[in-house]
Design a protein around this ligand. Structure first.
Ligand code: NIG
Ligand code: FE
Length: 410
């Protein structure tokens, strides 16, 4: 039996086994002079140091020095595995090009698809591992990773294999949850034949990958996969046992949010251009609204209406969207700063959005996302005693120590 006690901690945590909606997001439990006992990777006591139970023999003790202790961060939306890089496109966008016009010219996602098809699995894995290591330093203890840069049978399988290997290699450092995003774009060999590609996803890919990924995601967007095609794929994926996610209302208002609600998706992501009806639909159906401020920032687009969504009773999560195109950043500190400064989320809401609600966005709210008895012992000690250090460290890391499954890993 392995045990660890973190004492003298200023504990801040959301509570519960489900996403917090609307005003619940601001409810953060604070225990000053707190202690957390973890046995075999699971939290067995949280409370004041005064009422600690008898410690197990050989219990390791960590003194947090009065600093803030928060749940490990969860990055619920990343495109972690990819070939090549796209710095040229970034420069074109600085000069006025748009994300969609580059994509329509055959760049964008297709350019990473070309690179991913030729790069071998080992190299893809090594690159992704570097990002995972950096994420760990920023306090991320679980990450979601999507395929979607293969868009053919072999390369999609290669990507899912890489994600699976990463998940096994990192089991005691960072959890990796896999998503099949074969519907990320229509690849060049299917240009002008979108419905044939949709048939290919439904008839060939879904049966092939149904045991290799937990989630099914689509880039539902004007001129990519529109509502009818998306609904068709989601229905097939649901029938095959996938949980659903959607890139929704990112570039234009298309109704992806309403579709996510209709299909019972676990999360709808991006939402820069979500309509009021879309927001209400997510709130009503309990679909987590996963917002990705780094992407809006990098694309110079308006931020998603976080305040409006929370005030409408939705459950908001935050994630990075790390990818080589629209958002080459996995920065948790900058995500926090943007959420607090520009999206008018409170520090408490931001913490809920990166922990418990992010856990809900990957359907893990029963085991992750808060410091509570019975949950995995994934936690972070910050540099300061308060959680206001989170946005105060603008774009800088304020994580001092990271625990995964009750083990100090950073
Ligand atoms: O979440 N918009 C679609 N997918 C990604 C970007 C992928 C890329 O540009 O390579 C996103 O923004
Ligand atoms: Fe994305």
């Amino acid at each position: 039996m392995e045990s660890i006690l973190i004492k003298n901690a200023n504990i801040f945590t959301p509570q519960g086994n489900r996403a917090l909606k609307g005003e619940e997001m601001a409810h953060i439990l604070n225990i000053k002079g707190g202690a957390v006992l973890c046995v075999d990777g699971v939290i067995s006591y949280v409370g004041s140091e005064d009422s600690l139970p008898q410690l197990p023999a050989d219990c390791k003790v960590v003194d947090a020095g009065g600093r803030a202790l928060v749940p490990g961060f969860i990055d619920s939306h990343t495109h972690l595995v990819f070939g090549g890089y796209r710095p040229d496109e970034f420069e074109w966008r600085l000069n006025g090009d748009t994300y969609m016009s580059i994509m329509e010219r055959g760049g964008g996602i297709q350019s990473t698809v070309n690179a991913t098809r030729t790069e071998d699995a080992e190299s893809l894995k090594c690159k992704a591992q570097c990002f995972l290591n950096r994420m760990t330093e920023m306090g991320v203890t679980t990450v979601e990773a999507k395929s979607g840069y293969g868009l053919d049978r072999d390369t999609e399988l290669k990507m899912l294999d890489v994600i699976d290997t990463l998940s096994r290699d990192n089991a005691d450092r960072i959890g990796v949850v896999s998503t099949f995003l074969g519907a990320h774009a229509v690849p060049s060999e299917f240009k002008g034949r979108t419905s044939e590609y949709v048939d290919f996803i439904i008839n060939e890919m879904i049966p092939l990958v149904q045991d290799k990924a937990e989630f099914f995601d689509i880039f539902t967007e004007k001129n990519v996969f529109e509502i009818e095609d998306s609904r068709r794929m989601m229905q097939a994926a649901k029938n095959a046992g996938f949980k659903l996610k959607l890139h929704a209302d990112e570039i234009v208002t298309l109704g992806g949010s309403e579709l996510a609600a209709e299909m019972g998706a676990v999360s709808a992501d991006h939402l820069l251009h979500i309509s009021d009806e879309g927001g209400r639909a997510l709130a009503d159906k309990g679909v987590v609204a996963a917002l990705l401020p780094l992407t809006a920032f990098a694309l110079k687009e308006p931020f998603a209406p976080a305040r409006k969504l929370i005030d409408a009773g939705a459950a908001v999560a935050l994630a990075t969207d790390l990818n080589p195109g629209s958002c080459f950043s996995g920065s948790i500190p900058l995500t926090i700063a943007l959420a607090c400064i520009y999206m008018r989320m409170s520090i408490q809401e931001t913490l809920s959005a990166l922990t418990l609600n992010a856990a809900a966005a990957i359907d893990r709210a029963d085991s992750l996302g808060s410091i509570e008895v019975g949950k995995r012992a994934d936690m972070v000690i910050l540099e300061f005693e308060g959680i206001n250090s989170l946005p105060y460290y603008v774009g800088m890391n304020c994580v001092r120590e990271v625990f995964k499954n009750g083990k100090s890993i950073f």
